[in-house]
Design a protein around this ligand. Structure first.
Ligand code: 4AD
Ligand code: MG
Length: 431
């Protein structure tokens, strides 16, 4: 039967005969022995199935459990119900898989705690509201790919097994590589720089990033999906900010255009950002001071500072703010310092409604200065790393964004893990 299957949203469009629908049984309502209603759900929607007395396999319906998978053939007719939605009168029914009872999670009632929901995630996601998060995440992914492609970026895939750390500062997972230690990449940082130097000029990658950090917060994962880009021939970090502004305008425009139903279901309204603020770290400190939050010159923004800045700029009509000129003390050795400011860097963070979603910078491309800066940070660079910068390296910079956090901020979800199909944190490696 499946070769004639149509998605439910198409069946709901008009009356039609001899059509096949397939999906999960959400509810069975038996009215005596001669009439039954089944709510059938697939990835596109729900339809009411009706089995009447003359349906030859009526007995099969008596055993149907919620979340069983069935395939039906029948006629779509005008609604006879209050809902006004077309219904499908069953002529044939095939049970593909009878679901065991009871279900381990309450898919629609909202009484199951978060951990248990993740333990049985494949059931949790059958709630259309949860599925909507992943449909939107998928569109963000596609919009990012389309945007980078349009702007002349080349997609690369970089190694996740490495001999050395690729992002200084971030915690490393060690794996056994044939008796030698290897590390899971905490970012594609050096490889994307290599991509620029390799003559690609503009590269991007959307891939897993590993961080061995025991953070139990609503924004941290030990494995997340990074959207990374790097571009050559820039004059300053402002060139990266320019392109990232356009990226977010494009992503939000695309999600708005293609995910109307999902946004309605999640009760989220999006507006395409016209203007994003750009402030220096010194300006950020002044704003924070007005809100009685004191930061010293070499301090990073902590979560509280980010929240305050988020609220401050929200009041001025922007969900986004770029904070640039981060202190050298808090940035990795490869960030470029401004010519006349040894304590600063040509780097920035992007906050979306008060949470960091991206870090970017112009990188130092002159080997002698890279070596000097590494020394200042007490880092010994190996020869393979240094060689990359020896034979013609354009001025360049880039950014790392978190797809998980972007989805979370876009949909105003409380915990980043809600935006990840199978999240990884210090306490979870399963399923
Ligand atoms: O700020 P991060 O650590 O920056 C880098 O990895 C640099 N190589 C980027 C660059 O090109 N300069 O990570 C970038 C982004 C963060 O802003 C955040 O959105 C996300 O990755 N991120 C995490 N998301 C979830 N869980 C974590 N533990 C994350 N750590 C970073
Ligand atoms: Mg960062």
């Amino acid at each position: 039967m499946l070769e004639k299957r149509k998605p439910i949203n198409e069946l709901l469009k008009k009356t039609q005969k001899n059509v096949v629908a397939a999906g999960w049984v959400e509810k069975v309502k038996l009215m005596g022995t001669s009439l039954a209603f089944i709510t059938l759900r697939d990835r596109t929607g729900k339809i009411q199935l009706i089995a009447k007395k003359d349906f030859k396999d009526f007995d099969l319906i008596k055993d149907l459990t919620n979340e069983s998978v069935i395939i039906v053939n029948g006629d779509v007719q005008e609604s006879k119900q209050k809902s006004g939605e077309p219904e499908l009168v069953i002529k044939e029914l095939e049970i593909s898989s009878l679901a065991y009872t009871p279900l381990p999670v309450d898919i629609f009632g909202g009484t199951t705690g978060f951990d248990k929901r993740i333990d049985h995630r494949y059931l949790d996601t059958r709630n259309p509201k949860v599925l909507a998060i992943f449909k939107i995440r998928s569109k963000i992914f596609k919009a990012a790919v389309d945007f980078f492609d349009k702007e002349g970026f080349i997609n690369i895939n970089t190694p996740k097994l490495t001999e050395m750390g690729v992002e200084s500062g971030a915690g490393l997972f060690v794996v056994d590589y044939f008796g030698k230690p290897a590390y899971l990449a905490q970012s594609p940082q050096v490889y994307k720089q290599l991509g620029v130097i390799a003559g690609f000029e503009r590269v991007y990658e959307i891939a897993p990033v590993f961080r061995a950090e025991k953070s139990h917060t609503t924004r941290h994962l030990t494995e997340f999906t990074g959207i990374d880009m790097e571009m050559g021939f820039i004059e300053s970090e402002q060139d990266i900010i320019d392109i990232i502004e356009k990226l977010f305008q494009f992503i939000i425009q695309e999600v708005n255009k293609h995910c109307k139903e999902e946004l309605d279901l999640l009760d989220v309204k999006l507006t395409i950002p016209k203007k994003m603020f750009r402030i220096t770290m010194a300006e950020a400190r002044d704003i924070l001071k007005q809100h009685k939050k004191m930061l010293k010159e070499d301090d990073d923004l902590d979560a509280e500072a980010e929240t305050i800045l988020g609220e401050h700029f929200n009041k001025q009509g922007s969900e986004f703010v770029f904070v640039y000129n981060y202190p050298w003390a808090k940035r990795p050795f490869y960030h470029m310092k401004p010519a006349n400011d040894p304590r600063g860097t040509k780097s920035f963070d992007l906050l979306w409604n008060g949470v960091e979603i991206a870090t970017g910078a112009q990188r130092e491309h002159r080997l002698e200065i890279i070596e000097k800066q590494a020394k200042e940070k007490g880092i010994k660079l190996d020869d393979t790393y240094k060689e990359i910068f020896k034979y013609g390296c354009p001025p360049h910079g880039g950014i790392g964004l978190g797809l998980d956090r972007m989805t979370q901020r876009l949909l105003k979800i409380a915990n980043v893990k809600e935006a990840v199909l199978l999240p990884r944190d210090p306490d979870r490696l399963n399923p």
